[in-house]
Design a binder for this molecule. Structure first.
Ligand SMILES: [Zn+2]
Ligand SMILES: [Zn+2]
Length: 140
């Protein structure tokens, strides 16, 4: 398993890994992501559920209704508070989504340098002082 795509929370109670490189790399500036991170955006990598493995620990979760109308689960470490995963709740499933993607916060990777963002979404929700890399595709 590639060490660059493993990660954990700050206290180490929760560890995870992707068995193949995540296919989705982006930043999201929606209000839910702002609350999740306490910042102006979240930066996540997303991979197919089959490639994701929770190595140890059990995240705490809460559910929010996204602008799309979907119920989104946000997972964090109940011990240290690190924001970890975002995934739609489908059929009560855990770590599943309609396209079987689970997103992990890049700051929790063992090597956060391993990935850079391909695009940004919900940029209209970002604070006016938010800045974005030159040339990065921006979507509302
Ligand atoms: Zn923790
Ligand atoms: Zn978001």
């Amino acid at each position: 398993m590639n060490e660059a795509i493993a990660g954990r929370c700050r206290c180490g109670a929760i560890g995870y890994a992707f068995s193949s490189p995540p296919t989705l790399k982006h930043m999201c500036c929606c209000r839910d992501c702002q609350y999740f991170t306490g910042a102006d955006r979240v930066f996540v990598i997303g991979g197919a559920r089959e490639t994701f493995e929770l190595l140890h620990g059990e995240p705490s979760t809460y559910a929010v209704i996204a602008d799309s109308g979907a119920t989104i689960i946000r997972a964090f470490c109940g011990a240290c508070g690190t924001s970890l995963f975002i995934y739609p709740e489908i059929d009560g499933g855990y770590y599943r989504s309609e396209d079987d993607v689970i997103e992990a916060c890049v700051g929790t990777l063992d090597d956060p340098n391993a990935f850079s963002p391909d695009f940004a979404v919900f940029v209209s929700r970002a604070p006016k002082w938010a800045t974005f890399p030159d040339g990065l595709p921006l979507h509302d």
